[in-house]
Design a protein. Structure first.
Length: 250
């Protein structure tokens, strides 16, 4: 039987709280997991050293410990059901990654383009994936090795990780909107290694309450942002029952 592990991390007050909710949902559905809340594991690069560099680190650690399949989940996510369908997909295809609707050319930096050996014109034809929710089988660990190498060579340390926040841009416009780190390179490597992406809509949703009952993962949208001391949420029942909400968690 294949050994599977879900990994995640949330370090500051906001994301540590989110990580606790993710851990609660994984326990509820019987998934083996390693969720780090509030602090980095030993030897792990922190956010100021390599933005998101903890993702390949934690996945590599799991493979080193002889896990067969590893799934990364951002701490903002909540598991809604057993992940059996997810593990079956990774077992069959060697990976799981979804198309987020953008193109690599819209967000990849010039340095990263050179590193992956693409022109920007070529990158406009490559779909981008989301690294908030993706998984890998050990037989495709070469992909992870390259992704980690790009992180350690500081290609993820771009001036603005998420320039699209608050921006009104059209998905189909073939122009560079900014520079991101880990996602465009992950997408380029999936493309170069002939590892196909799947539509995300049938698996998960991000920053909104789910409308599809078959989704396995979702996140919640804060009505007031993480910089506010008091927050309300679009769906209170996404909170764990021990988070001062009188057992509303389901």
């Amino acid at each position: 039987m294949s050994k599977t592990l879900v990994v995640s991390l949330g370090t500051d007050h906001y994301f540590a709280r989110e990580a606790r909710r993710l851990e609660w949902s994984l326990k509820k559905h019987g998934e083996e997991h390693r969720v780090f809340a509030a602090e980095y594991p030993p030897g792990c690069p922190n956010q100021s050293q390599i933005p998101m560099g903890y993702k390949p680190f934690l996945m590599q650690q799991a493979f080193d410990e002889d896990y067969d399949m590893v799934l990364w989940l951002d701490s903002k996510l909540t598991v809604l059901d057993k992940l059996d369908r997810m593990w079956e997909h990774i077992e069959e295809h060697g990976h799981f990654a979804t198309n987020d609707g953008w193109k690599v050319g819209q967000w990849i930096s010039d340095d990263a383009l050179k590193w992956v050996g693409l022109t920007r014109e070529e990158a406009f034809n490559i779909p981008e994936t989301s690294t908030a929710f993706f998984g890998l089988h050990k037989r495709n660990r070469a992909w992870l090795d390259e992704w980690e190498r790009s992180a350690r060579e500081k290609l993820w340390n771009v001036p603005s990780r998420a320039p699209f926040k608050g921006a009104k841009v059209e998905l189909n416009r073939m122009e560079q909107f900014g520079s991101r780190g880990e996602q465009p390179i992950a997408s380029s490597l999936f493309h170069k290694m002939n590892m196909e992406l799947v539509p995300g809509t049938s698996w998960w949703c991000y920053e909104k309450a789910p409308e599809n009952n078959e989704l396995v993962v979702c996140s919640r949208l804060p009505v007031r942002g993480p910089d506010k001391p008091h927050r309300t949420w679009t769906k209170d029942f996404w909170l764990p029952p021990d988070e001062n909400n009188k057992g509303v968690g389901k």
